[in-house]
Design a protein around this ligand. Sequence first.
Ligand code: 5AD
Ligand code: SF4
Length: 456
Amino acid sequence: MSASQRLNGLTYHLRTFGCQMSFHDSERIAGMLESLGALPVSGAEQAELVVFMTCCVREKADERLLGQVASLKNLPQPGLAPRIIAVGGCIGQRDGARLIEQLPHIDIVFGTHNLAALPDLVQAVLAGEGHQVELLACECQPATSLPSRRSQAWHAWLPIMTGCNNFCSYCIVPYVRGREKSRPFPDIMAELERLLAEGVVEVTLLGQNVNSYGRDLYGQPRFADLLVAVGQSGLARLRFTTSHPKDLSPQSIEAFAHTAAVMPHLHLPVQSGSNRVLAAMNRHYSVEHYLGLVHELRAACAMSGKGANTPALSTDIIVGFPGETEADFEATCQLVQEVGYSQAFTFIYSKRQGTPAAKVVDATPAVVIQDRFERLVTLVQQSAWQANQGELGQTVEVLVEGTSKRDANMLTGRSPKNQTVHAPAPAGVDSERLCGRILKVQVTEARTWYLRGELV
Ligand code: 5AD
Ligand code: SF4
């Protein structure tokens, strides 16, 4: 019997943890299951199949998964057959069958390369074949060939590469997701064409390390060529994530500045403002090199007329890396002030078994690290507030995403610099119909995490 017959009418619930890649993988899972007749439900209670898409970058994500899976055990069954529990994503890939030993009520474990196998695995469980584990080292059917059910009609994630070769000393990703693998250029352009035909106005190119796009394929084309080609497609807004500072080439900076569709915001993870810590992290750049990139980006954007104070920069920072001293931490604070980030994602270092940093013994008390973390959060908030003040009185183009949770008459959307913007909806217009439209808003109020204004 084929998977399509067996999944007809099967109710499923999907829970996703982690990065954009994980959320995009979930869109592919949803697209695939629904194309086979499965029906999404909003809670695990009603679901005959519960799928967890997982993350193992930090320990907290591990703990949350185990807690949530454990709690399903006591949930009443949705139908006659026992609920099927499947775990995919990074924890699935890392732990494989060990997960089932730990929590025997998990039925299926599938790896990051095995999304396409899920319907057959579900079918096998339904047929009474017991636990199923599928972990492949290679992508037999790449996830990009699967249909995708996008959570927003106007925005799409577009994967351009997977894996990572960087081996930052704290990071588990290269061990789990494997080596860098670029998607062929014509494949990406063909998917882009389909997305444009479906009315998508904003695309985010996705990869663990997008700046190294093409390196493993044929040397050419590279990331800069991709930016230019996607920019010429007629797409209104182009974004990309994540960039590694060591791989941000002068060509990419030029393409960033001169491609009109590329939005004036760049996520450029710095991790630390101390050269000593950066070296121990195996990041392969110095603070001076990073600041040089920021300077080059801003100079190139000024030359190309991309707008004042562009690009807006966001970053990732780890606090409490083994051996980080107070002086190292202060250097990070200084860097945050110098760059003027519009946003920063801050993380307390989390030891990941199997990474080089996990072997380093560190006696820094947890309270000291917590105190540094809180000081950094305050600094980041000040920086975000300051960056937003520059928008007061400006007119910004906002891609409408919906209405505010608290007020159905308040539109909410994103500025080119990726700021959240609120503006009252025009009277007599159905707000839902404005979703996906780009409207001009004059900014009258600038807070730490959002701007507010009036439609022009
Ligand atoms: N501990 C804390 N943060 C981490 N990150 C990656 N690995 C770890 C770890 N072991 C952070 C980095 C990265 C982001 C996605 O997660 O800042 O850029
Ligand atoms: Fe992890 Fe570093 Fe690769 Fe990012 S670049 S995924 S932090 S190893």
